[in-house]
Design a binder for this molecule. Structure first.
Ligand code: NAD
Ligand code: TYD
Length: 341
């Protein structure tokens, strides 16, 4: 492993992975390839921009000619794919971009990678492929029952990675991370959205009763997990990266308000997300057996994350304009108005 292409490396988790790899492996060349969609943000990579073992290239993983060019000019031997459309609510409004990137894009990366003799391809996937887990925990061999267009598109992408291993003998490997939180997360996802809205005394739209359960993982633990699987995982296998930290949305909402010293009266129970999964939960045994150990305790990690958004308005204020406001209106205006009617 020497020349690593990190696709989607300007997003939330991909940028944490790039920052980690650039610091941890001075002998590797880390090439970030990202389309810079609404969720991609070059500010996430400012801390590594002057490092000698880091390069940035803008492009689409579904653009075959561009992918081929990048693989050739940098003599890429390893691909780690974080690139995705990643927000469930946007996938419900319009699944189109999800098929383009999470299915077709993954296929193009795999296909070009195989033709150029890539040594290892790591596909970053999600616990959402397992669907709603009423009780117990999903383990890696459990069946897929994705319920949102996002989850289905991620399932399609990782199944293609599996097929390239079985059919062509390509060295592909999969990680399935749980709900991730931390600095630099686009403020449409629960933790940064509610934190930044509460700072401005705006209403927090909790879907339904807020009793849905997610399993929370700190972004740096997620990034270290992908590194470990990349280096030690067995080809053709999938590894759950589970936070093993199950919390209800409403409890997290209460804690964010408490940390900010804001009142619970900001909470609005709005009509639920369509097809909303009640619970995700996975076992992390397999990744633990490889040597993965999470370093963040959730309560401390959440507090530090909320503090980060409080101290880094320069990062999120400029995002919450333009396209962001269009999405906000489409997703929340009617839901919030229905409460006043
Ligand atoms: P994100 O939305 O913050 O970042 C996605 C990145 O991909 C952005 O930089 C965007 O510009 C880039 N991108 C999108 N389409 C592209 C394309 N066609 N070509 C090149 N780049 C493109 O997402 P994230 O939260 O950092 O998630 C990263 C990966 O981890 C995704 O594959 C996601 O499915 C997976 N994941 C996320 C979570 C989570 O809680 N956020 C949990 C488990 C797994
Ligand atoms: P989200 O951050 O969108 O992640 P995911 O859908 O991938 O789990 O949402 C986390 C949980 O928070 C999920 O159960 C939906 C809920 N949620 C709300 O209740 N209100 C909101 O405005 C958002 C964005 C999420």
């Amino acid at each position: 492993m020497k020349n690593i292409l990190v696709t989607g490396g300007a997003g939330f988790i991909g940028s944490a992975f790039v920052r980690h790899m650039v610091a941890a492996y001075p002998d590797y060349n880390i090439i970030c390839y990202d389309k810079l969609t609404y969720a991609g943000n070059i500010d996430n990579l400012l801390s590594v921009s002057d490092e000698g073992n880091y390069r940035f290239e803008r492009g689409d993983i579904a653009d075959r000619a561009a992918v081929r060019h990048i693989l050739e000019i940098y003599c890429i031997d390893t691909i780690v794919n974080f690139a995705a459309e990643s927000h469930v609510d946007r996938s419900i409004l319009d699944p189109d971009a999800f098929i383009h990137t999470d299915v077709v894009g993954v296929y193009i990366l795999l296909d070009e990678g195989r033709k150029r003799g890539i040594k290892r391809f790591c596909q970053v996937s999600t616990d959402e492929v397992y669907g709603d887990i009423e009780a117990g925990h999903s383990s890696e061999d459990d069946r897929f029952l994705p319920n949102s267009p996002y989850a289905a598109s991620k399932a399609g992408g990782e199944l293609m990675a599996r097929a390239y291993h079985v059919t062509y003998g390509m060295d592909t490997i999969i990680t399935r991370g749980s709900n991730t939180y931390g600095p630099f997360q686009y403020p449409e996802k629960l933790v940064p959205f509610f934190t930044t809205e509460a700072l401005d005394d705006k209403p927090l739209p909790v879907y339904g009763d807020g009793k849905q359960i997610r399993d929370w993982l700190h972004v740096e633990d997620h990034a270290r997990g992908v590194d470990l699987v990349l280096h030690r995982g067995v080809a053709g296998e999938a590894y759950n990266l589970a936070g093993e930290n199950q919390r209800c949305n409403i409890d997290i909402t209460h804690r964010i308000l408490e940390l900010l010293g804001k009142p619970r009266s900001l909470i609005r129970h709005v009509p639920d997300r369509e097809g909303h999964d009640r619970r995700y939960a996975m076992t992390a045994e397999k990744a633990r057996a490889l040597g993965w150990q999470r370093q963040y305790d959730f309560d401390q990690g959440l507090e530090a994350t909320v503090d980060w958004y409080v101290s880094n308005e320069w990062w999120w204020r400029k995002i919450k304009t333009g396209e962001y406001l269009d999405f906000y209106k489409m997703q929340y205006a009617q839901r919030l108005a229905s409460l006043e009617a």
